[in-house]
Design a protein around this ligand. Sequence first.
Ligand code: ATP
Ligand code: MG
Length: 419
Amino acid sequence: MGLFIRRWGGNKKLFDYRILHCYTVRRTIGLYGQQLEGEFQMPNGKVIAPGAVIGILGDGQLGKMIAMAAARLGYKVAVLGPIGRESPAGQVAYWAEAWGPNAQVEDEQFERFCSLVAVVLIEWENVPVGLLERIEARGIPVRPSSKVLAVAQDRLLEKKLARELDIGETMLLSIEKGYDLLNGRGDRTQDWPFETILKTRRAGYDGKGQARIPAGGSVGDAWTKLGNVPCILEQVVDFIGEVSVIVARREDGETAIYGPFQNTHRDGILRLTQYPISGGPMYDLRDSIREQGYAAARKLTEYLRVDGLLAVEFFVTKEGYVLFNEMAPRPHNSGHLTIECCDTSQFEQYVRAACNLPLGSTHCHSPGEMLNILGSEANDWLRRVGEDRLAVHLYGKGEAKPGRKMGHTTITAFAPNDE
Ligand code: ATP
Ligand code: MG
């Protein structure tokens, strides 16, 4: 160290800093060493090490953000989805191809994909369960598994599961071919004295596949409007707010949990997420909401033995009850702000859980807000890019159709003494 002092002595300030830095680094390495041996819980099971190729089914913005997190950890990504190379995820992937109509994957393409990947992740909920089963039959883990996806794809199955696990939910009845499945009645057209909402069991997103029915309105008419496909009928909840919770779980049962995120929807589409809950009617109830949301999300994750990620959406009633709405075995729009606001983003956490790496801290170091950029709002990108404390994400999608999620912005608020 004496030699060091003489050599760098010309610039006292720089020299002091360097010595301090060396000292700090050595101490920190020492601390990490202890942590790894002591407190740190190393995963049981097979670790998929950086350098491997991670497969992603679906090629939208969630895939893009998973791919970027995976790349940072040294993985490559192979993407199979409806658009392929020009898709949001395809643009940043190592390998990308488009599957056929209705997500059909021909044998040769299936072989090409399977020969590359060590594990497969999901970014789109409507991937055919059969495709996941085919991959699993090849001995390649799909995380979360085909069994989890089969439940999450069907509103009836997920609500029934919530009911079985004693998690409050909103379903009144289920309709299939004009027959009320839950109550065993042939008459499905009972008109309810309060507002209800009819939802297709499958393939709904961003409020699509839903019809609101006013008090006393005809369920039958709404069912016809939705094409007479299997549906569930829900009571419309007069909620004080909507929240979501995201759980990452490794195959050996280790979990990391985020939320509750406070979500505001407009026309059935998520508009704004705030984290943590920092005002409004849910503020005083925030501890109880967190407790109820975490308990419910953990019950579901444990029961389904999710390895990977599970996002759960809830309504919060005036009385402070947290009611299950739906779940998704993939990253969630409300978790996008974890990129800027938390130690580990939901995308990186998903990669960590799926590859059986140690999970990262979910600590929220900066409160923040995420606003979706919908349709033609994307044309305003130049002004957005220029604003302070605003992270802009543009997904690289082609046409800005009305309501289409084209990107999002996250604004972070720091404590004043961080200035
Ligand atoms: P997304 O893909 O955006 O999650 P989705 O199409 O899968 O949505 P839901 O989450 O069931 O459908 O509904 C979208 C939104 O519609 C909800 O977040 C909520 O704002 C409103 N909504 C749905 N069901 C109800 C209900 N039972 N009571 C009150 N509002 C509801
Ligand atoms: Mg939803």
